[in-house]
Design a protein around this ligand. Structure first.
Ligand SMILES: O=C(O)[C@H](O)COP(=O)(O)O
Ligand SMILES: [Mn+2]
Ligand SMILES: [Mn+2]
Length: 547
């Protein structure tokens, strides 16, 4: 049980944490869909309520360096755990640098598995240096090590990014990598890219939103079925010509073939490493490889008997995958666990695309609930979100209002996906509308919090819609394409995020302290204090000021 604060009994009603996914605060408003949006509710919040800025990127959320942007996993982990853990990106880089990864049983089984079969080791994963789900340097290190350990053939199944890195940057990764593999071939080692496709087209679905993507990925990587090309760089060029204006993340699948035969279908006796370290978009394909005949998400046609490993364990409760190369961060003492132990009934809600963020990531990458938690998922549309920038903001709000009115919950949390999911599309106008949808939602939700005698902390997990164009490094103005159009930016930003205390119950007693270096990990303690609890010892400090 958390201890009671001696000096403050807590607010009368519930505490609500509202995460506006992808809502950063930029230094200047050039290219900010947030600045361009009509958002009277948010404007009033910033004008009239206590607020501070929080760090949401780099080392403040456990990334290797302050050059690394934040992302939903590390952001929600930090909010939910109240602590900063070294995250997958840093853990994998460290395990490679120290060599610990090669000593691990999982890597040794992968190499032994490949050698015992046809001698083929496959790597499937996101092909960029975005460092959100994966890093291409990790892939390179594994290819080299496999060669040094005597694996005969490596096949790479490359998911094109354009979402955590510039939107049409695929060839900047593919071409040097092809050259790198060609050099290795000279030594008699057979390494090739075997298949691929845009990450939003195949394989990397999340939270059961669209298993068709995974089915298509299985057909591409495992069965070797699909449109054939001679190389990955040729595939990218040809597909761009066939689908003008399509950015990397949305490019169709491709298969590399010689004489009509796929060069890297996955067969019995092969070894497979899914080299993404982040779990949300790795779980479904992992299930397809690991589950037995009861698997019913799609018809796998053929299920090769392979030695399979994930880069990390993606779900600690489901033990998924069974074999993994690097231990995930051991996230302990989360806010949900300790509020649960303190008898606080908790409600969590988002739409499918962010549902796991506000439940599984929030709870330290665990898919099981703590006692007293209720989770509500609003099904997301399965469309490109620039076509529906309002997404399910209204329905999430309905669910939150109903939960508040029920009087059952002392702590509620939700995630509005809009700024992030629409921000990733690179569509400026749609992104402004996405922020307007969140603003409208807040205008309905906040009065319901007042009616319940509660307060809200309104924040975000990282930026996205706050910078919709790549900025020229020198001029800080939007960079231009040769045809004069602006270069859209689809990735997250390095900007801080707001923390607003919406409080109409304390009569002005409550405020927020501006603390140098404060970040997302300071929210849990702030929530605890608002409820009249001391923070857990493991949590970073509270920002609540009680006058
Ligand atoms: O998975 C994604 O959609 C992006 O790589 C990162 O977005 P998220 O961290 O906000 O989910
Ligand atoms: Mn996010
Ligand atoms: Mn995002």
């Amino acid at each position: 049980m958390l201890q009671k604060l001696p000096s403050f009994p807590g607010i009368p009603g519930p505490v609500v944490v509202i995460v506006m996914d992808g809502y950063g605060v930029p230094k200047n408003d050039v290219g900010s869909a947030i600045a361009a949006a009509k958002k009277p509710t948010l404007d009033a919040l910033f004008a009239r309520y206590p607020h501070v800025l929080l760090r949401a990127h780099g080392t403040a959320v456990g990334m290797p360096s302050d050059e690394d942007m934040g992302n939903s996993e590390v952001g929600h982990n930090a909010i939910g755990a109240g602590q900063v853990y070294s995250q997958g990106a840093a853990l994998v880089a460290g395990a490679i640098a120290s060599g610990a990864i090669w000593q691990g049983e999982a890597w040794q089984q992968i190499v032994a598995g490949a050698k015992a079969g046809r001698g083929v080791l496959h790597f499937i994963g996101l092909f960029s240096d975005g460092n959100v789900h994966s890093h291409i340097d990790h892939l390179k290190a594994m290819v080299l090590r496999a060669r040094d350990e005597g694996v005969k053939a490596v096949r790479i199944h490359a998911l094109l990014d354009g979402r955590d890195v510039p939107e049409t940057s695929a060839l900047e990764y593919v071409e040097p990598f092809e050259a790198f593999l060609t050099e290795l071939q000279a030594g008699g080692f057979d390494a090739q890219i075997a298949s691929g496709g845009g990450r939003m087209t195949i394989t990397m679905d999340r939270y059961d939103a669209n298993w068709k993507m995974v089915e298509q990925g299985w057909h591409t990587h495992v069965l070797g079925r699909g449109e054939q090309f001679a190389s990955a760089s040729q595939a990218v060029r040809a597909l761009r010509e066939q689908h003008p204006g399509t950015i990397d993340q949305d490019l169709p699948a491709f298969v590399i073939a010689r004489d009509g035969q796929p060069v890297g279908a996955i067969e019995d006796g092969d070894a497979v490493v899914f080299y993404n370290f982040r779990g949300d978009r790795a779980i479904e394909i992992t299930r397809a490889f690991e589950e037995g005949p009861a698997f019913d998400k799609f018809d796998r046609v053929r299920v090769p008997k392979v030695t399979y490993a994930g880069m990390l364990q993606y779900d600690g409760d489901l033990k998924l995958p069974k074999r993994f190369l690097v231990d995930p961060p051991a996230i302990r003492d989360t806010m949900s666990e300790w509020l649960s132990k303190s008898g606080v009934a908790q409600f969590a809600c988002s739409e499918t695309q962010k549902f796991g963020h506000v439940t599984y990531f929030w709870n330290g990458n665990r898919s099981n609930k703590f006692d007293g938690e209720t989770w509500q998922e609003v099904p997301s549309d399965v469309v490109p979100f620039e076509q529906r920038p309002w997404m399910k903001a209204a329905e999430i709000t309905d669910a939150m209002i109903a939960a508040l009115r029920s009087g059952q919950y002392k702590f509620l949390r939700c995630n509005y996906a809009n700024g992030d999911m629409v921000g990733h599309s690179g569509h400026f106008r749609a992104a402004t509308m996405s922020i307007e949808a969140v603003d409208l939602a807040l205008s309905r939700l906040l009065p319901a919090i007042d009616a319940a005698g509660g307060v809200a902390l309104i924040t975000a997990d990282h930026g996205n819609a706050d910078e919709m164009f790549e900025l020229d490094k020198k001029t800080k103005q939007p960079a231009q394409n040769p045809d004069g159009s602006f270069k859209a930016k689809t990735a997250h930003t390095l900007n801080p995020v707001p923390l607003i205390l919406y409080d109409n119950v304390s009569g002005g007693r409550l405020g927020l302290k501006a603390v140098e270096g404060a970040g997302l990990s300071n929210i849990a303690a702030t929530v605890a204090n608002l409820m009249g609890f001391e923070k857990h010892d493991a949590w970073d400090g509270s920002l609540l000021e009680v006058r």
